[in-house]
Write a protein that binds this ligand. Sequence first.
Ligand SMILES: Nc1ncnc2c1ncn2[C@@H]1O[C@H](COP(=O)(O)OP(=O)(O)OP(=O)(O)O)[C@@H](O)[C@H]1O
Ligand code: SF4
Ligand SMILES: [Mg+2]
Length: 339
Amino acid sequence: MVTEAQTTRIEPRPASGANRVLDVRDLCVSYYTPRGPVRAVNGVSFFLRAGERLGLVGESGSGKTTTALSLMRLLQAPAVIEGGKVLLDGRDLLSLSEEEMRRARFADIALIPQGAMNSLNPMMKVGEQLRDTMRAHMDGESSARRDVRIQEALESVGLRPDIMQAYPHELSGGMKQRVCIAMGILLSPKVIIADEPTSALDVVVQRQVMETLGRVQSDLGASVILVGHDMGLMAQFVDRVGVMYGGKLVEVGPVRDIFKDPLHPYTQLLIGSLPTLQSKEIFKGIPGLTPSLLTPPPGCMFHPRCPKVMAHCSVVIPPLEEIKPDRWVACHLYNGSQP
Ligand SMILES: Nc1ncnc2c1ncn2[C@@H]1O[C@H](COP(=O)(O)OP(=O)(O)OP(=O)(O)O)[C@@H](O)[C@H]1O
Ligand code: SF4
Ligand SMILES: [Mg+2]
């Protein structure tokens, strides 16, 4: 059984190293629906430093999962990646062949998908599911060596090897999520993307899962993109945070700076809706409707809800700009483009 302390504090860590392991540039993704194209990711650019933890937050439908799936090239029809680059150590994942990309998945960049623990096959023992992943990506290795690696991965997420004989329904939610983390780290990727890894888990188990993710990340020396709604969890886990709104990144910066001094009016409302920095409150939304991505508002996507809206906000799209070191914001209040 799982034997970790139940109340480990997850310390925020400074970003280490300035080198960019992942560089996403002007990523655009649309879903071609019968009612027209939905631009779910609209010119998203950000980078991830080696060993860094970056959070992606935003309301439901803001494009977080679409961004995560695009980085892995796991989107399915009707989604189309319309443009951009995803540079992993300088190599553009979007221009790889299908076979090259298949090899990069798990080995270079891995995803723990949204709802991962519910996507485990209920009819297959855990060990078989892990072996399937290993077979697909380490075809040159003997099955004995693959099993050794599986056991190492299970051990590093705090699970005993005999869990390989269990079916998913025999495990708790936290254990299933650990199995999914083990699957993600089997091939020691440089980048781990975790899409809402703790939703549907109770608070104590959430902390255990996040602590596990943090520990395996440190052991591997990997970088993490954590997708989520829970600002309290972000404050405790990530180094920097990117705030998404209507398929765009509207603010990126060190998590402490963003909590202390949010710049974008949307981020200000987001932070203002939380009682305290240490709160475990889940962001429940701010007044007004999320924008339709089928017929998006012109200019700044946020202008219909923005308390600081100016005349030209409904006309001119504000670009994401670095307005002071490591602080990026897309808002006319800061970019000096007021007429
Ligand atoms: N298969 C699909 N077909 C059409 N539109 C889609 C599809 N999947 C997602 N979308 C649209 O793309 C937008 C972004 O969705 P996405 O799942 O990336 O958001 P999200 O930020 O991950 O939301 P959540 O917090 O609910 O997980 C939404 O407006 C959604 O309606
Ligand atoms: S650009 Fe204008 S509408 Fe958009 S967030 Fe800034 S002030 Fe508000
Ligand atoms: Mg999502």
